[in-house]
Design a protein around this ligand. Structure first.
Ligand SMILES: [Zn+2]
Length: 297
């Protein structure tokens, strides 16, 4: 669907507004999902974590309410984290970028949901060093279902797709088998890293949630995303540890435990690949004009 003139401006504003509202809901998910005794549905209204007062709708407007209240609760004046408006703005821009890439199509909703799930996982892991299964499993199942219902080549992997289709395999079969294989390879790759690290060092170096997270990323972005995502996330994590050590803040991170969560870096690398992956792979394969991409895949 193409929009021009006033319609284009209206749809762009609508997409940004939709992103802001989803971002606001995402804040609820990030706070409540990993905490005992809270669910996303109950209590129905948002509340201040410091004084437990319910928040009225006027104080719950994305970004604007935070600015109007100058980042403090109306009742107890405790600071409200800058994370809240930042996540709302991030969601709005992700919504806009995915809309610009995909238009107002099924793939827009598919990839916007995926990007919101990654954002939630990143912020929960950053704060509490856990990746809730309740976020991972339904998103994995949804990715496999969508692969079955609407057979689609992943963002990357088109060459292999055409190769198999030319050899008599149905699109649905290639789509589901590709998603399952991507999940298995992604999961096993990080599981093996975790296993070897523990065998050599004697203690855990990766969280339990990291292998299924990479599996999930591979379902949505396709198997060829695995190396760029692993490479980017490792470089980003190393740079971050380097900065923390350099500024003397590493030991104070995460209650004195000398560790940082890997999930946020995997999520960030997956988002970068979502937007730039196809260009990156095209550039990479252009370096080997003589080789058959199927062999490289
Ligand atoms: Zn309060």
């Amino acid at each position: 669907m193409d929009f021009t003139g006033a319609a284009a401006i209206f749809v762009t504003l609508l997409v940004l507004f939709f992103g802001l509202c989803v971002g606001s809901f995402l804040n609820v998910v990030i706070y409540r999902l990993p905490r005992e005794g809270l669910s996303v549905a109950q209590p129905r209204r948002s509340f201040c974590p410091a004084c437990l007062n319910l928040i009225t709708w006027q104080d719950n407007i994305p970004v604007i309410s935070w600015l109007r209240l100058k980042g403090r609760c109306r009742h107890c004046r405790q600071p409200i984290s800058l994370r809240y408006p930042l996540i709302e703005i991030l969601a709005a821009f992700l919504s806009l970028f995915i809309f610009q890439a995909e238009g107002l199509t099924f793939r827009y909703f598919f990839y916007f949901y995926f990007s919101m799930c990654l954002t939630a996982i990143a912020f929960i892991d950053l704060e509490l060093m856990i990746i809730p299964n309740v976020l991972i499993w339904p998103t994995e199942i949804l990715g496999l279902l969508i692969a079955a219902v609407t057979p689609h080549p992943p963002l990357a992997g088109l060459h292999l797709w055409h190769f198999l289709a030319d050899h008599g395999f149905s699109e649905r079969f290639i789509s589901v088998a590709g998603a399952l294989a991507a999940y298995a390879v992604g999961y096993l790759a990080l599981w093996l890293v975790a296993f070897l690290y523990k065998a050599i060092k004697g203690h855990r170096g990766l969280g339990e949630g990291d292998p299924p997270l990479l599996g999930l990323i591979c379902i949505y972005l396709g198997l060829p995303s695995i190396l760029p995502v692993l490479l980017m996330s490792s470089v980003l994590a190393l740079l971050t540890v380097g900065c923390l050590v350099f500024t003397g803040r590493f030991e104070r991170q995460n209650l004195g435990v000398k560790a940082i969560p890997f999930g946020p870096f995997l999520a960030l690398a997956a988002l970068i690949f979502l937007f730039a992956g196809q260009d990156f792979l095209s550039w990479y394969f252009s370096l080997f004009p003589q080789s058959n991409p199927i062999l490289v895949y």
